[in-house]
Design a binder for this molecule. Structure first.
Ligand SMILES: C[S@@+](CC[C@H](N)C(=O)[O-])C[C@H]1O[C@@H](n2cnc3c(N)ncnc32)[C@H](O)[C@@H]1O
Length: 238
C-alpha cells in the first residue's frame, strides 16, 4: 500500500501498521495454524465477557480482519458493531468477508480515538496492547469512549511462564513460528516481531495493574493455553 494512504501515527506505530498491511493476506490462516485452531475459542470468550445485549453498541478495536467483530455480529443481530484499526490493509480483507457490510469499519489509532466520550457499551480488543507504544494512553482512551458501567475486554499473549514448559514455549516462539511464517511465504521479520513482543510483554498480573491505573474497576483475567494467552476484563465506573 502506498504510504500516502496510511493513517498518520507515530514512528513505531507506522512500522507496525506497515507490517500488518503486509501480513493481511495470510493473517487469518496463519492465526488458525499458529494457535492450533484455538484462537476463535478465545475470541468467543472475549465476547462472553463483554455483557452484550441485542441493542449494544460495541467497538472492536485493533479489529484487523474483524474476527471479534464478526463474532459479536453473529451472536447479537441488533447490535451496532464498529471495527477500528490503523491498518487499512487488514480492514480491506475484513470488508470482503461475508457480513463485512454489516460492520462499520473505521480507520483509527488506538492512542487517539476519533469517538466521543461515553459512546460504547463495550470495547473489545484482541492483540492490541502488545503493539502500542503506550499501554496507559490506549487504556485511558478506551475508558474515555466507554459508557459508565461499560466493559473493556482484552485478549493478548503473555510471556512464557516460569516452569517446565518454558523452554518448549520459547523454542516454539523463536524457531517454530518463524518457520511457519516462512512456509506460508510471510515476511519472517513479522514473526520475529510477534515472538519478541510476546516475550517482552507484561505478565497478566502486571497488565491487570495497568487497567487499575487507568481507573477501571472489577479487573479480572483468565489464562489459556499453558498461560501463554490471557483475557482481561474490567468495568468503567458508573
Ligand atoms: C494481531 S492483529 C489482531 C487483529 C484482531 N484483533 C484479531 O483478533 O485477530 C493486531 C492489530 O492491531 C492493530 N493495531 C496495532 N496498533 C494499533 C493502534 N495503535 N491503533 C489501531 N490499531 C492498531 C494492527 O493494525 C493489527 O490489525
Amino acid at each position: 500500500m502506498n504510504d500516502q494512504y496510511r493513517l498518520k501515527t507515530d514512528q513505531q506505530g507506522a512500522r507496525i501498521q506497515k507490517m500488518f498491511d503486509g501480513l493481511a493476506a495470510n493473517y487469518d490462516l496463519m492465526n488458525r495454524i499458529m494457535t492450533m485452531g484455538q484462537d476463535q475459542r478465545w475470541r468467543r470468550y472475549v465476547v462472553d465477557q463483554a455483557d452484550l445485549k441485542d441493542n449494544s453498541t460495541v467497538l472492536d478495536l485493533a479489529a484487523g480482519t474483524g474476527d471479534i467483530a464478526f463474532e459479536v455480529r453473529r451472536r447479537f443481530d441488533g447490535a451496532t458493531v464498529v471495527a477500528g484499526d490503523f491498518s487499512l490493509g487488514m480492514m480491506a480483507y475484513g470488508t470482503q468477508r461475508k457480513g463485512g457490510d454489516r460492520v462499520h469499519w473505521v480507520a483509527c489509532d488506538a492512542l487517539a480515538l476519533p469517538f466521543a466520550d461515553n459512546s460504547f457499551d463495550a470495547v473489545v480488543f484482541g492483540y492490541l496492547l502488545r503493539n502500542v507504544t503506550n499501554i496507559q494512553t490506549a487504556l485511558n482512551e478506551i475508558r474515555r469512549v466507554l459508557k459508565p458501567g461499560g466493559k473493556a475486554v482484552c485478549l493478548d499473549t503473555t510471556p512464557p511462564p516460569p516452569g517446565l514448559l518454558r523452554p518448549f514455549i520459547k523454542t516454539y516462539l523463536n524457531v517454530g513460528l518463524p518457520l511457519l511464517g516462512r512456509a506460508l511465504g510471510t515476511d519472517p521479520s513479522a514473526y520475529a516481531y510477534l515472538s519478541n513482543s510476546t516475550q517482552h510483554f507484561e505478565t497478566a498480573q502486571a497488565l491487570a495493574i495497568h487497567f487499575e491505573e487507568a481507573r477501571f474497576e472489577q479487573v479480572a483475567f483468565r489464562h489459556f493455553l499453558f498461560k501463554t494467552i490471557a483475557v482481561h476484563w474490567a468495568t468503567k465506573p458508573s
